[in-house]
Design a protein around this ligand. Structure first.
Ligand code: C5P
Length: 261
């Protein structure tokens, strides 16, 4: 049975023993697609986040805490999610000098997060410092590199000094991240198949911009359905509003799981 924790996040009643490890080294529950679904908690208070987590129930295991919620509420929101049995994907996109990023990764590991993001454009020394900090703090912590933000088009890339096409830059930065030990990347479904074709299958690809068939795109322009993203080679999909704004978030999450089973 679920028992409420001090900060109101109900305990996850999932069986912690029945987990396996996928080809990218990412832990997930055996025979359970819920390991592939990450629900984005894009809200401004712990109370709003707790409401979503309670409404989703056991239909999702992993939650993304990004800069909005983290800036508003700080690390306690992460500690509470972890204490309730959820996995946390901390999406703060670290991009700083190697020593600073390594220190931040070490602190994130202490919070118990399962996955976190760094910018591949931080360079090989920064990426390696992040990976080494994760290995020495929690070898299971997945360092994911953000390649090219999907909000950047070719014209904007040129202005920041990236000379290749979006595809070329994604592949180049993904290769840099993997060469320096990152266990995966974040990219849109649009680039996922090319990254798999160019760089293989032994790493995680986390794909946002996912929309179930027939749901509103909101501000997402380059969308894929859950099934399309997984078929293109994503190991994980990030879904925010289609679940968090659904009348029945648990039913919506179950429906998405059925589409990727
Ligand atoms: O609500 P929605 O499903 O659009 O949320 C998608 C999540 O993925 C948001 O947290 C957003 O910040 C994140 N994201 C994205 N596109 C990227 C990288 C991250 O939509 N390229």
């Amino acid at each position: 049975m679920s028992a409420a924790l001090p900060h109101g996040i109900p305990n996850n009643s999932g069986d912690q023993q029945s987990r396996g490890v996928d080809s990218s080294g990412v832990e997930f529950p055996k025979n359970d697609p819920s390991g592939k679904l990450i629900v984005a908690l894009d809200v401004s208070s712990a109370a709003a986040a707790q409401k979503i987590v309670a409404a989703v129930g056991d239909s999702a295991l992993t939650y993304k805490v990004g800069m909005q919620l983290y800036t508003a509420e700080g690390p306690q929101v992460v500690r509470d999610l972890v204490a309730s049995g959820r996995r946390v994907f901390l999406d703060l996109k670290y991009h700083d000098i190697p020593n600073t990023v390594a220190s931040a990764v070490h602190e994130a590991a202490k919070l118990g997060v399962s996955m976190l993001t760094v910018h591949a454009a931080g360079g090989s020394k920064m990426l390696k410092a992040a990976v080494d900090a994760a290995r020495s703090s929690n070898p299971n912590l997945i360092i994911l590199a953000v390649t090219v933000l999907t909000s950047l088009d070719k014209e904007q890339l040129d202005k920041v000094g990236f000379r290749g096409t979006v595809h070329e830059e994604v592949l180049r930065l993904a290769a840099l991240a993997l060469d320096n030990g990152c266990k995966g990347i974040v990219t849109s479904a649009r680039e996922t198949a090319a990254v798999r074709a160019g760089l293989g299958h032994n790493f995680a690809i986390v794909t946002p911009g996912v929309r179930p068939p027939g749901s509103a795109h909101a501000d997402q322009a380059r969308v894929a359905t859950p099934a399309e993203a997984i078929a293109a080679g994503a190991t994980h999909i990030v879904v925010g509003r289609p679940i968090t704004e659904a009348t029945d978030p648990a039913a919506e999450a179950r429906s998405i799981l059925a589409q990727i089973s």
